[in-house]
Write a protein that binds this ligand. Structure first.
Ligand code: NOJ
Length: 561
């Protein structure tokens, strides 16, 4: 397996609006981030990924960009950003920007021009079509807001938006648009940024002729753009620019098959992405979307992760994550509120030691949880409003919708970070833009920082172990006890160095017996979430959500260490 810096790093994701507010306006900002760089560094991470921080009318909280070469004034200025960049670099941390190029905001200058006339040079920057009689050009539905076409009376044409109305899709088939993208890429790389997380990057090429799609409740037509005919070509074009720099590129790829992911991430001269953000392992308690709940299945989770681990072995590299700004908090999904601390640690151990680059989302490291809202009007997100309409049509009462939302809504992960037990969790001195979770008095950074057994300190230890042990980075992955519905067990092996990771996903005890070749009493227990219970006959009975990470240094590491 080839060694690369991006394989050895762990990354912290910041969704700035809810991270830390420095000026009391209730909105997180860049000086707020700057003030927390010591904290971020204390986690042991090597990079920060900023969800979009560009100017935006906030139709999708930054994923609707109105100027790609500037900073959202609610967050600060380019100088504030440069200060963070320099300070992060001094701390040997990289900085990654979110690159959202499938669509812009409808308030971007290009789109405003594009609406002026069909002859405007910017008209062809977007996907405009004539209707079919009184109907839109095809039956596509957006992911967020009903139909995927919006009619413009002046032009007597419709524009395509596969997300919200205020997010018109760019026409990537237009070479001028691709030149603009390259210029944006250069702008940030020249400033010193270290790479990009590319938003819904697999959507950028649409099937010519825009044929009707298979009818679905949302996103009808997706089969015609989830891996379009020119995707690879366009990614190559962008990559050629990115390759002029020592740049890292991770693509978000909803609905990308494993086969296609391998194609995009295979190492070599044609490599398009360094890794892909897959959604597959996020479906172990739902069907296709977080909003269609199914009982949590550990077997589904394990088999998905193992499939991706095996497919990338020696060929590409995985992105490891269990939370981000698009999903509810993980504890309620795959863990247990009753065993919040234990399950948060077990989940951390489970994913941080897989083969790949781990991403940690703000608040995850202290075990933040979902938020119960009293009213639909407490929510802020376009996706919530759309889902509310859909579930109302299905006969849901507000109460039932709020109950589901508490489980399913991505806004659960967007509540302000809980820094301490003072008012508003120390996030702001003003009125927070979004509700703070009531549990901040007990769940907050300050309290966990002081407690050696906190989730936060578990994350720190785990990240440090990974960083300082090559077996945790490059070791081969093999799964054990595949059929178990309670335990996830795997090893990592590099030469004669080994790790054995045992994570329980159950409240009740399960007997675990070490696989052949392992003597647990000879291993170093480097991480666990309980006081040690002795091991007899190479076995132990797990306690609720118990996890243990054993390390077997092997002769080489022992003599070096
Ligand atoms: C994926 C982003 O992560 C999500 O937050 C956003 O709403 C959509 N892409 C549209 O940009």
């Amino acid at each position: 397996m080839s060694k690369k810096w991006y394989k050895e790093m762990s990354v912290y994701q910041i969704w700035t609006r809810s991270f830390c507010d420095s000026n009391g306006d209730g909105i997180g900002d860049l000086p707020g981030v700057y003030s927390k760089l010591d904290y971020i560094q204390s986690l042991g991470v090597d990079g920060i990924w900023f969800s979009p921080i560009y100017p935006t009318p906030n139709a999708d909280y930054g994923y609707d960009i109105s100027d790609y070469k500037n900073i959202n004034p609610e967050f600060g200025t380019l100088d504030d950003f440069k200060k963070i960049l320099d300070s992060a670099h001094e701390r040997r941390m990289k900085v990654f920007m979110d690159l959202v190029i499938n669509h812009t905001s409808d308030e971007h200058e290009w789109f405003k021009e594009s609406c002026k006339s069909v002859d405007n040079p910017y008209h062809d920057y977007y996907i405009w079509r004539k209707g079919k009689g009184k109907n839109p050009p095809n039956n596509w539905l957006s992911a967020f807001e009903g139909g995927a076409w919006e009619y413009n009376e002046n032009l007597d044409e419709y524009y395509l938006h596969v997300f919200a109305k205020k997010q018109p899709d760019l026409n990537m088939d237009n070479p001028k648009v691709r030149e603009e993208v390259k210029s944006i890429i250069r702008f940030w790389l020249d400033m010193g940024v270290d790479g990009f997380r590319e938003d819904v990057i697999n959507f950028i090429s649409k099937e010519p002729g825009l044929p009707n799609g298979f009818p679905l409740p949302v996103a009808t037509g997706v089969e015609h753009y989830k891996y379009g005919p020119h995707l690879e070509e366009y990614l190559d074009e962008f990559r050629a620019v990115q390759n002029e720099y020592d740049c890292f590129v991770i693509g978000e790829g909803p609905m990308t098959s494993l086969k296609d992911a391998v194609k995009l991430c295979s190492e070599g001269p044609n490599q398009k992405l360094d890794m892909l953000i897959s959604f597959d392992h996020m479906n172990a308690n739902c069907f296709m979307t977080d909003w269609i709940k199914t009982p949590f299945s550990l077997r589904k989770l394990k088999s998905t992760l193992t499939k991706w681990q095996n497919a990338m072995k020696g060929i590409g590299w995985n992105c490891l994550y269990i939370e981000n700004h698009d999903h509810p908090r993980i504890i309620e999904r795959y863990g247990s509120l009753k065993y919040r601390v234990e399950s948060a640690k077990s989940l951390a151990a489970m994913y941080l030691f897989l083969c790949g680059t781990p991403f940690i989302y703000q608040g995850q490291e202290i075990g933040m949880t979902n938020i119960r809202m009293n009213s639909v009007s407490d929510y802020k997100d376009v996706m919530t409003f759309n889902n509310y309409k859909l579930f109302k049509k299905l006969g849901f009462s507000d109460k039932r919708f709020l109950d589901l939302s508490f489980q399913a809504n991505r806004e659960n992960s967007r509540t302000p970070v809980q820094w301490n037990d003072s008012e508003n969790a120390g996030f702001t001195t003003g009125t927070p833009w979004f509700n703070v979770n009531d549990n901040y008095k007990e769940i907050n950074v300050e309290a966990e920082d002081k407690d050696p057994n906190s989730i936060l300190n578990f994350y720190r230890k785990a990240i440090k172990f990974r960083k300082t042990h090559q077996v945790a980075i490059y070791g081969e992955y093999n799964e054990y006890d595949k059929k178990s519905k309670k335990l996830y067990v795997y090893e990592r092996v590099l030469g004669d160095e080994k790790m054995l990771i045992i994570c329980s996903f159950a409240e009740d005890g399960e007997k675990f017996t070490a696989p052949e070749g392992y003597d647990l009493n000879k291993g170093e227990l480097v991480l666990s979430n309980y006081e040690l219970n002795p091991v007899f006959d190479n076995s132990f009975i797990t306690r609720p959500y118990e996890c243990r990470v054993y390390y077997f240094p092997g002769k080489t590491a022992e003599s070096e260490g």
